[in-house]
Design a protein around this ligand. Structure first.
Ligand code: PBG
Length: 324
């Protein structure tokens, strides 16, 4: 229809009209808030590289989780810091790990809040890689067995959703089988399926103290030039038993989210990672842009691309603004 009859500005004339016709809406229901739990008690230590984020000891995590739930956010994602690291990351599957204790505290404080746990060895190994090393190489299959032990330990403590983020081949199947044989048939799996070897994880590695001591993660995390492997990874994870899949990072990979949404009939999560979070915070703190505006626009773009679930350090701030 040529100009004259068609005037698209009619759809933008007022706030109410814009509200009526908008195709995508962000809600607190879409959000997951990550928390970093550490050993000890009464610890609330600011994470320098990530504005407004803290290392929390398990005894303080219940109160924090109650605050998250009262904002209408349905889930938290737990990352753990160990007391001590070793070659295999053995604290990862300890029944007394900070994550295991935190799960119990949260369930006691807010039973309805969903608990997702990150399952990966990198914060627990002394070399900082996501898998165990054999003769200088990541041993894929040995790593899967350890991840399965970690997943079962989390399920036993009460986790609702297990989220493996290591990018080993076959780990979703091994974890599903281990959960089922331990009797945790109702524990769901959210697979970090399409996880890219990204520079945007920088601030997180400071938070989790998980930088690899040698080499990088490019033998297991995906090359960012290739969208086809992302689709194959997602298809395989679903076949192996993933209930939900994830694309990570989010903003530089909106095309991958969009393709995944068109192709797969499972909930798609997107991880708005630490580097994306700090780009906006740093620019806002320097006065270059309106932080709240950039935050809401970014989160909405992730939803518009097709994400059903957005994992973001902005969750609390966004939920607070969305409530108004
Ligand atoms: C662990 C893991 C990482 C992130 C989530 N789980 C770091 C990495 O893979 O190096 C990154 C999250 C973020 O940057 O916010 N494997």
């Amino acid at each position: 229809m040529a100009f004259g009859k068609t005037r698209l500005r009619r759809l933008r004339g007022s706030e109410t009209m814009r509200r009526l016709v908008s195709g995508t809406r962000l809600s607190a229901d879409d959000l997951v808030y990550p928390l970093f739990v550490c050993p000890g008690s009464d610890v609330k230590r600011p994470i320098e590289a990530m504005s407004g984020c803290f290392h929390l000891s398990a005894d303080l995590v219940g109160a924090e989780a109650s605050g998250v739930a009262s904002l209408g956010i349905p889930a938290v994602l737990l990352f753990g810091l160990p007391d001590k690291k070793d070659a295999t990351g053995s604290e990862a599957w300890s029944p007394d790990s900070a994550v295991a204790v935190a799960i119990k505290q949260i369930k006691q404080a807010v039973p309805q809040l969903l608990i997702i746990t990150d399952v990966c060895l990198c914060a627990y190994t002394d070399h900082g890689h996501c898998g165990v090393i054999n003769e200088g190489k990541i041993d894929n299959d040995a790593t899967c067995e350890l991840l399965a032990k970690m997943a079962v330990a989390h399920a036993r403590a009460g986790a609702d959703i297990i989220a493996p983020s290591d990018m080993m081949d076959g780990r979703v199947g091994v974890i599903r089988e281990a959960l089922d044989s331990a009797g945790f048939v109702e524990t769901a799996i959210m697979a970090y399926s399409a996880k890219y070897a990204s520079a945007f994880y920088g601030p997180f590695r400071d938070a989790a103290k998980s930088s690899p001591a040698f080499g990088d993660r490019r033998t297991y995390q995906m090359d960012f030039g290739d969208p086809r492997q992302a689709m194959r990874e997602i298809a395989l994870d679903i076949e192996e038993g993933a209930d939900m899949v994830m694309v990570k990072p989010a903003l530089p990979y909106l095309d991958i989210i969009c393709r995944a949404k068109q192709r797969f009939d499972v909930p798609i999560a997107a991880y708005n990672v630490s580097g994306e979070f700090m780009c906006i915070n740093a620019a806002a703190e320097a006065g270059y842009l309106d932080g709240d505006g950039a935050m809401l626009e970014s989160l909405l773009s992730i939803k518009r691309a097709g994400a059903d679930i957005i994992i973001t350090y902005f969750a609390k701030a966004a939920a607070e603004l969305l409530r108004k």
